[in-house]
Design a protein around this ligand. Structure first.
Ligand code: FES
Length: 133
C-alpha cells in the first residue's frame, strides 16, 4: 500500500468520524463480507432540503479491518447532503475516494461500506433494528 493512503487510513482510524449507533435513525443497513467475515452496520437520518429528501447524517459501527473503518469514516461525511439516489449511485471506490485509490486487495473493504449503505437506503421503510447476523 502506498504511504500516502496508509497515512490517511491511519488518520481516519485514529479519529474516525460518525462512529456509533444513532437513535432515531430513519434507515439501518447491515452487511457482512464473504471475503473476510468482517461486518459493518450503518444508520442514516434524512432531512428535507429545498424540497428534496437528503441525508442529514450517517453513522456506522464496524467489526472489521482498519480500511473498512477508514472508508466508513470518510464515506459518512461524503454522503451528507446527498439524496438517497445520489448516494446509491456511488461505488465503493467513490466512497473511499477521500483516502485515495485503494489497492485491489482492499477494494472489498470499501464494498463493505457500499453494501451497508445500499442495505440502509434500499430498506428505508424498515426502521426496526436490523436483525443480528
Ligand atoms: Fe475485511 Fe477489510 S479485510 S473489510
Amino acid at each position: 500500500m502506498n504511504d500516502d493512503i496508509e497515512t490517511k487510513i491511519q488518520a481516519a482510524v485514529h479519529d474516525p468520524q460518525n462512529v456509533g449507533e444513532m437513535s432515531g435513525a430513519d434507515a439501518i443497513g447491515t452487511v457482512g463480507s464473504e471475503n473476510c467475515g468482517d461486518m459493518l452496520r450503518m444508520w442514516v437520518k434524512f432531512k428535507e432540503e429545498d424540497g428534496r429528501k437528503v441525508i442529514d447524517k450517517a453513522t456506522f459501527q464496524a467489526f472489521g479491518c482498519q480500511t473498512a473503518i477508514a472508508v466508513a469514516s470518510v464515506a459518512t461525511e461524503l454522503i451528507r447532503g446527498k439524496t438517497p439516489a445520489e448516494a446509491l449511485a456511488m461505488s465503493g471506490e467513490e466512497l473511499a475516494s477521500p483516502l485515495g485509490k485503494l489497492p485491489p486487495m482492499k477494494i472489498h473493504c470499501a464494498q463493505l461500506v457500499e453494501g451497508a449503505l445500499r442495505d440502509a437506503l434500499g430498506g428505508e421503510e424498515a426502521v426496526a433494528p436490523a436483525s443480528a447476523p
